[in-house]
Design a protein around this ligand. Structure first.
Ligand code: NAD
Ligand code: UDP
Length: 339
């Protein structure tokens, strides 16, 4: 079985490539390296002692995608490629709509041309907007609060329309909660360009001394300690969710939708404390204003994925913090400047 992984050099993509290779899938990666480095894929090969085919290609260029499908008979696509910074999407929405939506349309058109009609799409818990109750189930109402989230929602709808038009498509919409952590080897992990937007990469850069303190965006939420609560999920558990999805995709299920989360909510303060315990470092923090657009709390009901995919997250908060720290301390400046 040959799997095309778009965005495979990125954070979740690289961890998924490891698990695909461990399960003896053949892997082809397309990535334009706009938010990643080819070094991640070298390390994927190092971890697994297996090879993969890499194309530095842009989904905005249909000819480049076509070339990959001409070279390989692809059985299914796992589609991670996209821009993902919420704040940036508010500033430059057209870039987000163009990259994420046009890129996906190009990919789908080429898949259609080559009669490859199996796709796993990286959606996000952001499609639930501000949920009326918790935990979040797949049938909850959907809404978007920013252009990034709107691209996820639109692509979900595009894929559902595609299925309505042609029942030969098989589509998995995987709604990720908050991926954190790194491979236990410490060889691959999250390597954000510039100052991190997300909590855990920010904490870990404070721990390593690259940043001075964490700003906690509000401690007046209606949560147990007043700080935001999220369903943080270890990236390896998340990657394994894709591995569990593939066999089901090949049974002609049509459209499937799953939450990939742990079902547990941890607060910003609990994450900081967990990271202090895992790293044995003091993490200075200050309380600042709420970040516009943030919701108080969000966690998944992952029961559907457990029942239908036989998948559940197994790693703990301490695993997430320990593995993030192991990656960060071995690679204090990410992929570019260390080996
Ligand atoms: P990432 O930025 O590390 O990986 C995305 C990869 O896609 C990058 O390597 C980037 O270079 C590549 N890419 C972007 N546009 C491209 C294009 N036009 N052509 C080819 N390659 C392109 O992000 P990630 O955290 O690994 O996220 C993967 C997917 O999961 C994204 O679609 C993201 O929206 C989604 N997701 C992420 C999170 C999260 O918190 N990390 C949560 C929910 C959903
Ligand atoms: N957060 C924070 N400081 C930061 C980054 C994030 O307090 O520097 C909080 C944010 O308000 C939210 C939680 O951490 O409550 C998770 O934010 P993140 O950006 O990691 O993920 P999101 O759930 O927003 O996608």
């Amino acid at each position: 079985m040959k799997i095309l992984v778009t965005g495979g050099a990125g954070y979740i993509g690289s961890h998924t490539c490891v698990e695909l290779l461990n399960k003896n899938y053949d892997v082809v990666v397309i990535d334009n390296l706009s938010n990643s480095s080819e070094e991640s894929l070298k390390r994927v090969k190092n971890i697994t002692s297996k090879s993969l085919s890499f194309y530095k290609a842009d989904l905005l260029d249909k000819k480049e995608i076509t070339a990959v499908f001409s070279d390989h008979k692809i059985d299914a696509v796992i589609h991670f490629a996209g821009l993902k910074a919420v704040g940036e999407s508010v500033m430059i929405p057209l870039k987000y709509f163009h990259n994420n939506i046009t890129g996906t349309l190009n990919l789908l058109e080429v898949m259609n041309d080559f009669n490859t009609k199996n796709i796993v799409f990286s959606s996000s818990a952001t499609v639930y907007g501000n949920p009326a109750s918790l935990p979040i189930k797949e049938g909850f109402p959907l809404s978007a609060t920013n252009p990034y989230g709107r691209t996820k929602l639109m692509i979900e709808e595009i894929l559902q329309d595609l299925y309505r038009s042609d029942k030969n498509w098989n589509i998995a919409l995987l709604r990720y909660f908050n991926p954190v952590g790194a491979h236990e080897s410490g060889k691959i992990g999250e390597d954000p360009f510039g100052i991190p937007n997300n909590l855990v990469p920010y904490i870990s850069q404070v721990a390593v001394g690259a940043l001075s303190q964490v700003s906690i965006f509000g401690n007046d939420y209606d949560t147990p300690d007043g700080t935001g609560v999220r369903d943080f999920i270890h990236v390896v558990d998340l990657a394994l969710g894709h591995i569990k999805t593939l066999p089901k995709l090949f049974t002609n299920p049509g459209v499937m939708i799953y939450n990939l989360g742990t079902g547990l909510g941890y607060s910003v303060l609990e994450m900081i404390k967990g990271f202090e315990a895992a790293s044995n470092k003091k993490i200075p923090y200050k309380i600042t204003r709420r970040r516009p657009g943030d919701i108080a709390a969000c966690w998944a009901d992952p029961a559907k994925a457990k029942a239908e995919l036989d998948w559940e997250a197994n790693k703990t908060l301490i695993d997430m913090c320990k593995d993030t720290w192991n990656w960060q301390k071995k690679n204090p400046t990410g992929y570019q400047k260390t080996q």
